[in-house]
Design a protein around this ligand. Structure first.
Ligand code: NAD
Ligand code: ZN
Length: 355
């Protein structure tokens, strides 16, 4: 990919080139009455100065800041955002600019999509995960009692502005969290991309990789915005991965990042792809090695398998109480709606545990 053209999504654009200048002209020409920037502590410190500078240090902007981390994807923080909007006098012609990672885009998108029955919002994603995943596709949401994304809406942003500069202050562990989704994009629908990624230094992903991942995710969600069929391909690694993530959130002081959990999920589900679909033994070994080299080993105890299965049963992706996985028929090709039995899922978990 030489030219990173603007990507057209569901009635909105995803900008790559000079994206912050594009934001400045969007702000100028959009016909909005007021502007609000949602940040967390870190993006207020590391990302807001550049944004302010590119917008010409405007004075008709109000800043709403929440704590950093998943705890902010909570109804109390959401009420806080709504109240700030009310206190600042936001009307229906206001624009909310979500400056941050997936927590900010999910929380801000949800708060905006419900405030006065919906005001416009745009995303300026500042983590790799939010650039290649969370800011594309129109899902917004908050958690309740550690149940992730249990309340939310499908609402598209008015635009997304992707700026590579922001990744320079992102800790390496957060970079690798996003890399897991990029590897997933290759595994589900682009073997050539997977091959390029596995030979690259993924601790500093190049712009073209971000672009290619966004193009893949966008193509998938455009074809199936409401997750009736092919959008489920993006769930590869996530049936088991989400359960491991929830488990770690509850049990570990230093819990797994989303990508670390999804990497584990992808290894287990690659095993199931070999067992239940046509992924070859060589491909399973390749996927396992690439992911084990990138991500730290996590101690999965057999005694916790039933807890993990329990989390999988509570997953909102299930239908009729059956646990569903997206599997690979080969590298670069997926098949959706594979019902997996508890025994099979435990076998997948044990494959990882015994590596
Ligand atoms: P995050 O927003 O919590 O960001 C991770 C950390 O990086 C935070 O501490 C944040 O303050 C910090 N940070 C952000 N930008 C920074 C920068 N440029 N420099 C330094 N630090 C920075 O989490 P995330 O990993 O970006 O996203 C995870 C969330 O995204 C989860 O809640 C997940 O459910 C959601 N998500 C949503 C979708 C979707 O389709 N809506 C898809 C994937 C993930
Ligand atoms: Zn994910």
């Amino acid at each position: 990919v030489d030219v990173m053209d603007t990507i057209e999504s569901n009635n909105y654009n995803i900008y790559f080139q000079n994206s912050l200048s594009e934001l400045a002209s969007f702000v100028e020409k959009g016909g909005y009455s007021r502007f609000f920037i949602l940040t967390d502590e870190n993006t207020a410190k590391y990302c807001l100065p550049l944004l302010r500078e590119r917008l010409g240090d405007p004075d008709n902007f109000d800043i709403i800041e929440v704590n950093a981390g998943e705890e902010s994807k909570d109804i109390d923080f959401c009420i806080g955002v709504w109240k700030m909007l009310i206190d600042f006098g936001a009307d229906r012609q206001s624009l909310l600019i979500n400056l941050g990672g997936g927590v900010i885009s999910d929380l801000g998108g949800f708060a905006a999509s419900t405030f006065k029955r919906g005001i416009d919002f745009v995303h300026v994603p500042t983590t790799l995960l939010s650039q290649v995943d969370a800011s594309v596709g129109g899902k917004t949401g908050i958690d309740i009692n550690s149940i992730k994304n249990i309340i939310g809406t499908f609402t598209q942003p008015k635009a997304v502005f992707i700026e590579g500069e922001f990744l320079k202050t992102l800790p390496s562990r957060q970079i690798l969290s996003g890399t897991a989704e990029m590897l997933k994009h290759g595994l589900i629908c682009d073997a050539e991309y997977w091959n390029q990624l596995k030979q690259s230094d993924l601790t500093t992903p190049a712009d073209w990789m971000v672009y290619r991942s966004v193009a893949i995710k966008n193509a998938v969600v455009l074809e199936d915005p409401n997750e009736k069929n092919i959008r489920k391909s993006l769930n590869f690694g996530h049936t088991i991965g989400h359960a491991v993530e929830t488990y770690s959130l509850i049990n570990d002081k230093d819990s797994l990042s989303h990508g670390e959990a999804i990497a584990i999920g992808m290894i287990c589900e690659a095993y199931l792809s070999h067992k239940k679909s046509s992924l070859s033994a060589e491909e399973l070994t390749e996927i396992t090695q690439v992911l084990m080299n990138l991500y730290p080993r996590y101690n999965l105890k057999t005694a916790d398998n039933t807890t993990l299965i329990d989390y999988m049963l509570k997953d909102k992706k299930n239908q009729n109480g059956k646990i569903n996985c997206t599997l690979l028929s080969k590298i670069g090709q997926f098949n959706i709606d594979n019902i997996c039995t508890e025994e099979e899922l435990i076998e997948g978990l044990n494959y990882y545990a015994n590596l």
